[in-house]
Ligand binder design. Structure first.
Ligand code: C2E
Ligand code: MG
Ligand code: MG
Length: 751
């Protein structure tokens, strides 16, 4: 026997000096080497770890009579030891041994793990180190026990390997060597088991991953693929192993694309991104690739780990979300979001190229009527058709978008002059004015278009849109079915408007408002016991401002209710005063805009009650349109007025949409014929017939009539002939301040 053959355990054992090989007899040496070879063979053949341990136990038992071998492993978490292999130990003994806590009295094995060194106990029945498990020794006749720690590759103690004898004895060098080799090889087997488990796990992950995975060598040749790769690409392992990784990608990318990727893998140790994949049948699909190099010693790339997944569905759902966020679902046109994005982009392009662009704001005229009379689905169909017509009028590079409702916008790129835009706009007007044939119905609309130019009118998207919007409104107001170019006058108007809105908020607090009163004359008697309160704004810089310039703005910024309440209280005090001093039946007319009705429930009647002013003292002037779209609050307040005796007049009668049935329903007391009819009163005019008809009708319905805007004696005379009840206008008096009004009353002799 060659004595130079190393005993493997000598090379690795720590914490103790291994038994000297040369202390053994030649026969012992030979048996030990044989023992060692037999169990190493088991490990190398990859036998199950438990089987290896049991075989080691049995082999050892063959070499020592009257003894049994045990492998116990440490449960690190619970800090106790359990029997792993003990083929000759009775089950009852194993049960008692399980759960042994390493410690100074925990027998040979408990001590071997506790001290991390071999423990040879000659007499278990009286050795203090067996104190806590003495009964076990007695029950199972264990008289001596030698135990050796089992270590992991890193030297950590993971259990014990022991020989228990049924006689008192100490180990010879030969026995010690056997234990040393046994524990060492068991350590290797346990280590191997751990590695196998990990490998097993890795290969399961590799195989079962839903992502395609391939391993390529340093030359980017495929070494191995998983099942998912086969599923995604259709290639079997045989078909791709040995082939370049580019077999799974599209040729559309070209070599430069991949060169960049590999360079990035090298530089940053990772790359991920979108690559077009190509399957076995040549079909291409978007894929998300991730490439990681596996580095060997000296940081040289040995392998590449490449995984990818087909992201067709993901991209589709992303695209759907993106479309929903950027396109109008009805017409398929870009929506507001997308429009602003494009406009920003086009502004940049135009400014770089030094060219103009035009922004068009298009609002369909009478669309609401189509919607109301034909229904929403027909309305929708009209919008779809309108979108198509708009697209037909512009060039490929232009953008047509729908902002919402019946509002469309267009960006015309590279417009050289206004004339160029004009041609397109005129075409749009013609196209949209053509009849729409929708679900066997025929509908007509037209368009009002506002246009503004970059960079002439504004240099940013928001301002351009504001301009175009303003220009569109001007077009709408000037009769519809036409277009209007933004002008600097409009900008001034916008600026004045926003400044007025700002200043209005302060005006009320700073008491800048005052009331004027215009007499309403009883035509038959020339008596004056009614007046209309008309608000004025004493602006600190601009002088007196008339309601036409601020009432609409106050409505817009929701200030009209507060202003209106102020007017009412002021007028109520005034009427009480004039009733006391001039005429007990005096009445003041107060204008109340629709906005005031629907913003809150009015407390005017409560105020009158508190001040002990009769309801009859006040006439509330409303417009015809208020009665059209009847709001719950409007009805409530009108009924409230009726119950309190407050009278109601329809102002500017004839200019809105009226229905006689409404007038009757709401107990209207007065009709005020709009001044535009009164202005045209001459003996033959159409307006005269109209006035006459209105007066007759009003009387039949129990209403009185006031003619507004009476400026001449003739008008007064004609109205009188028509039996009109009251007249109001410059012919009698302009609106007057309180002092002047009182003087006027005085002079007119009607007190
Ligand atoms: P309105 O209620 O129709 O008032 C009559 C308007 O015609 C007044 O204009 C008055 O000055 C004017 N006017 C009177 N007689 C003649 C005439 O012979 N010829 C001409 N050309 N005009 C005449 P004003 O005071 O500028 O008021 C304009 C409108 O503002 C009022 O029209 C009314 O709708 C509104 N308004 C006035 N005061 C208030 C208020 O306190 N609250 C609300 N909500 N609106 C008010
Ligand atoms: Mg009025
Ligand atoms: Mg009026």
């Amino acid at each position: 026997m060659n004595t130079n053959i190393p005993i493997v355990s000598d090379l690795f054992q720590k914490n103790f000096t291994p038994t000297d090989y040369f202390d053994l007899t030649k026969a012992e040496q030979a048996r030990i080497l044989q023992f060692q070879q037999e169990i190493l063979q088991l490990v190398v053949l990859g036998d199950d770890c438990k089987e290896v341990c049991e075989t080691v136990c049995l082999l050892l038992e063959q070499l020592l009579d009257n003894a049994v071998a045990t492998v116990m492993l440490l449960d690190k978490e619970k800090q106790c030891m359990n029997v792993f292999a003990a083929p000759s130990v009775p089950e009852a003994c194993i049960t008692k041994l399980n759960g042994l806590r390493p410690g100074p009295e925990a027998g040979s094995c408990g001590n071997a793990v506790f001290r991390q060194e071999p423990v040879y106990i000659e007499s278990t029945l009286d050795d203090p180190r067996w104190q806590s498990i003495r009964q076990l020794a007695i029950d199972f006749n264990i008289l001596s026990c030698w135990s050796m720690p089992i270590r992991s590759k890193g030297g950590e103690c993971v259990g014990s390997f022991a020989l228990s004898s049924f006689e008192r004895r100490l180990p010879s060098s030969f026995h010690r060597k056997l234990l040393e080799i046994g524990s060492f090889i068991i350590g290797i087997a346990l280590e191997q088991q751990k590695i196998n488990e990990q490998l097993n796990l890795s290969s399961k992950v590799f195989e079962n991953s839903p992502e395609a995975i391939m391993i390529a060598d340093a030359d980017k040749m495929i070494i191995s693929i998983n099942r998912a790769l086969h599923k995604i690409t259709g290639y079997s392992s045989e078909e791709v192993v040995g082939k370049p990784v580019s077999i799974v990608t599209s040729i559309r990318h070209g070599t430069k694309f991949f060169q960049k990727i590999w360079l990035s893998v090298k530089q940053f140790n990772h790359w991920q991104g979108e690559v077009w994949g190509r399957n076995k049948r040549g079909l291409e699909y978007p894929a998300w690739f991730s490439i990681t190099p596996v580095l060997g010693k000296d940081h040289v790339i040995n392998y590449y780990l490449i995984n990818f997944s087909d992201i067709t569905d993901k991209k589709k759902s992303y695209e759907i979300i993106w479309r929903q966020a950027n396109y109008d679902s009805l017409t398929g046109l870009p929506n507001r979001n997308m429009f602003y994005e494009r406009l920003d982009h086009e502004i940049k392009n135009a400014s770089r190229a030094g060219i103009k662009l035009a922004v068009l704001f298009i609002d369909l005229d009478r669309f609401k009527e189509v919607n109301d009379s034909f229904g929403h689905s027909t309305g929708d169909a009209l919008l779809v058709e309108a979108a198509k017509r708009l697209n037909r009028c512009v060039r490929e590079a232009d953008t047509v978008a729908r902002l919402g409702g019946d509002e469309f916008t267009i960006i015309l790129n590279g417009i050289s002059d206004q004339h160029c835009a004009e041609m397109i706009i005129k075409m749009i007007l013609v196209e949209l004015a053509k009849p729409f044939h929708l679900n066997s119905k025929q509908a007509y609309v037209s368009a009002s278009i506002g246009v503004t130019f970059f960079p002439d009118d504004a240099n940013n998207a928001e301002l351009l849109m504001k301009n175009a919007d303003q220009a569109m409104y001007t077009a709408k107001n000037s009769g519809r079915n036409c277009w209007n170019c933004f002008t600097s006058n409009m900008r001034t108007a916008i600026e004045i408007r926003s400044r007025t809105a700002y200043e209005l908020r302060h005006a009320l607090r700073s008491e800048q408002f005052f009331l004027t009163y215009q007499p309403i004359v009883e035509l038959a008697t020339n008596r004056i016991y009614k007046a209309e309160a008309l608000i004025r704004w004493q602006h600190p810089e601009r002088g007196v401002i008339y309601p036409a310039e601020f009432v609409a703005i106050a409505e817009e910024i929701n200030l009209i209710t507060d202003i209106g309440d102020w007017v009412f209280k002021q007028a109520a005090d005034q009427v009480a005063h004039w009733q006391a001093h001039y005429n007990r039946d005096f009445q003041i007319s107060i204008n109340k805009s629709p906005k005031q009705f629907i913003s809150k429930m009015s407390d005017w009647v409560d105020h009158l009650n508190e001040r002990k002013i009769s309801g009859k003292s006040i006439i509330v002037e409303i417009t015809e349109n208020l009665l059209l779209d009847v709001h719950e609050l409007v009805v409530k307040q009108l009924l409230n007025y009726r119950d309190a005796g407050v009278q109601v007049a329809i102002d500017d009668f004839g200019t809105g949409y009226s229905s006689l049935s409404y007038l009757k329903k709401f107990d209207i007391d007065y009709l005020k014929i709009d001044q535009s009819f009164v202005a045209n009163l001459d003996s033959e005019s159409y307006d005269r017939i109209l006035c006459e008809a209105v007066i007759t009708m009003a009387h039949r319905l129990g209403m009185r009539v006031v003619a507004e805007g009476v400026e001449t004696e003739l008008q007064k005379q004609l109205l009188l002939e028509m039996r009109c009840d009251y007249g109001q206008g410059y012919f009698f008096s302009k609106p007057l301040t309180v002092d002047k009004f009182e003087a006027f009353l005085h002079n007119s002799g009607d007190q």
